[in-house]
Design a binder for this molecule. Structure first.
Ligand code: SF4
Ligand code: SF4
Ligand code: SF4
Length: 202
């Protein structure tokens, strides 16, 4: 089973954006392999990923499930540094460590590492992060080339969080509680609203 999950995961964009309804690309790959999720739930991957997954799994392609969102043009987060209060909440939210900064100091997005997933928007208390299109078109080849690096950044972050101080480990463990799940669901709803606003903009 792991080889199948690996092969599916290899095709996913690794933005870890959670639009598929799972906590990241790997859990979605596991659900596809287990037959509990369909192959059409990854907006960043566009129809290309559906086609590739269908070929891999020797099944039929299908239209994208737009309840997960629509494929957006490449974009990056931009922080209005004059407004940033240095709370670090965006750093905590970014799954690929694309934000640098320190407490009470302004924060900056490393544009080349940012996937434009928007997960940093809802936690920002002063609403000073925007998602800006890069002007490039969706490019599956480039996406595939970036995926390995994004997976490594995501895994390195997970390992770092897991290996921090006992207090930090407790905090990470607390993210598995029902209260944390409710908070995550609330953030996910806020994120959906933010994404809807981004897509609705002309
Ligand atoms: S990139 Fe696709 S598979 Fe990965 S978390 Fe986002 S929607 Fe899910
Ligand atoms: S900076 Fe924001 S938009 Fe960019 S990858 Fe991190 S969470 Fe996603
Ligand atoms: S969440 Fe907003 S205010 Fe807080 S550090 Fe990030 S950009 Fe600055």
């Amino acid at each position: 089973m792991n080889a199948v999950v690996d092969a599916i995961d290899e095709l996913l964009p690794q933005t870890q954006c959670r639009q598929c309804g799972f906590t990241g690309c790997r859990p979605y790959a596991e659900a596809i392999a287990a037959g509990t999720a369909s192959i059409n739930r990854c907006p960043p991957g566009s129809a290309d990923v559906i086609t590739e997954l269908a070929a891999l799994l020797e099944t039929d392609a299908m239209p994208a499930d737009e309840t997960c969102g629509v494929t957006a043009a490449p974009a990056v987060a931009v922080i209005d540094e004059a407004e940033c209060i240095g709370c670090t909440l965006c750093i905590t939210a970014c799954p690929v460590d694309a934000i640098v900064g320190a407490r009470r100091l302004m924060h900056t997005v490393i544009a080349v590492e940012c996937t434009g997933c928007g997960l940093c928007l809802p936690p920002c208390p002063v609403d000073c992060i925007a998602i800006a299109p890069t002007g490039a078109a969706h490019d599956r080849q480039r996406q595939r080339e970036a995926a390995g690096r994004l997976r490594q950044r995501y895994l390195a972050r997970q390992q770092r969080l897991a290996g921090k101080s006992p207090r930090r480990r407790k905090a990470v463990a607390a993210t598995a509680t029902p209260a944390a799940a409710r908070k995550r669901a609330m953030l996910d709803r806020a994120l959906s609203r933010a994404r809807a606003r981004i897509v609705a903009k002309p």
